[in-house]
Ligand binder design. Structure first.
Ligand code: G3P
Ligand code: CA
Length: 268
């Protein structure tokens, strides 16, 4: 992983291990994050949900069904209950060609489990998911990051980036701590355009944008870059698409295959 000050330099292309190296291991498990680090991702990407007893855990969905042997909403369970679940077997069943017996019985990690595992050796790209469902999640997140000295006066800029589709969530965080770099996620359903007004509004609180990449083009990327914002499209999993986006001038991307992106960046 790249270190320290240069992380937010737009000339350094960031390789963001999406849900860990989730093309190879069950997403949002320590196994997936460790593989992301081993395969040269610069950041571990973490989606956050909150348990019924107020603990932040790494999970993409609001429900347990897709990635564990549980069912129902995360918020209806305590952390103790959630810790009983198997977050790895689904991967072996869905991807027999990538199955590994070591994935059976993997636990859902809390944000603190992840930080305890990687400490300052990793960089963290953390998403507040469903912030409307989880009032107070931003305060909890910043509290944990502060306790572990990942934000605050002695933290390296860019050690933690916080992302969200929710502008309200990002503004809340910005109002609590203006030093944390934020990325506004965007989701397009047809040809993407971004106005100068939108860019100016985002620049008030964020250092960059994270659009889905299928509907953007070179002009979109150039416009964002010329206005001084970083741009990290998601989720890019083929060599062809990675090379195209790099050619357009993106400053990083989310990928399930951080090894592939690393190889391409290194070869440039
Ligand atoms: O956070 C970037 C990308 O992960 C957003 O989409 O649904 O995979 O969290 P999603
Ligand atoms: Ca995400």
């Amino acid at each position: 992983a790249k270190t320290s000050r240069s992380l937010l330099n737009p000339h350094h292309i960031l390789d963001i291990a999406h849900r860990g190296a989730s093309g190879y291991a069950p997403e949002h498990t320590l196994a997936s994050y460790k593989m992301g680090e081993r395969l040269k991702g610069d950041y571990v990407e973490i989606d956050l949900q909150m348990t019924g007893d107020g603990k932040l855990i790494a999970m993409h969905d609001e429900t347990l069904d897709r990635t564990t042997n549980g069912t129902g909403l995360v918020k209806d369970y305590t952390l103790d209950e959630i810790k009983q679940l198997d977050a790895g077997s689904w991967f072996n069943e869905n991807y027999p060609e990538k199955a590994n017996p070591a994935y059976v019985g993997l636990k859902i990690p809390t944000l603190e489990d992840i930080i305890d595992t990687f400490g300052r050796s990793a960089n963290y790209y953390i998403e507040t998911k469903s912030p409307d469902v989880y009032p107070g999640m931003e305060e909890k997140l910043l509290g944990i990051l502060k306790n572990h000295k990942l934000i605050g006066p002695n933290a390296h800029s860019g050690k933690v980036i916080i992302q969200s589709f929710s502008k309200d969530s990002l503004l809340k965080i910005h109002n609590m701590d203006k030093s944390i770099p934020l990325v506004q996620l965007l989701s397009y359903h047809s040809d993407a355009d971004i106005s100068q007004g939108e860019i100016a509004a985002i620049k008030q609180y964020a250092v960059g944008v994270g659009p889905n990449y299928k509907y953007i083009d070179r002009d979109y990327v150039q416009k964002v870059r010329n206005n001084g914002l970083l741009i990290h499209p998601y989720t890019v999993n083929t060599r062809e698409d990675m090379e195209m986006l790099l050619d357009w001038g993106v400053t990083g991307m989310f990928t399930n295959y951080p090894d592939l992106l690393h190889e391409i960046i290194k070869g440039q």
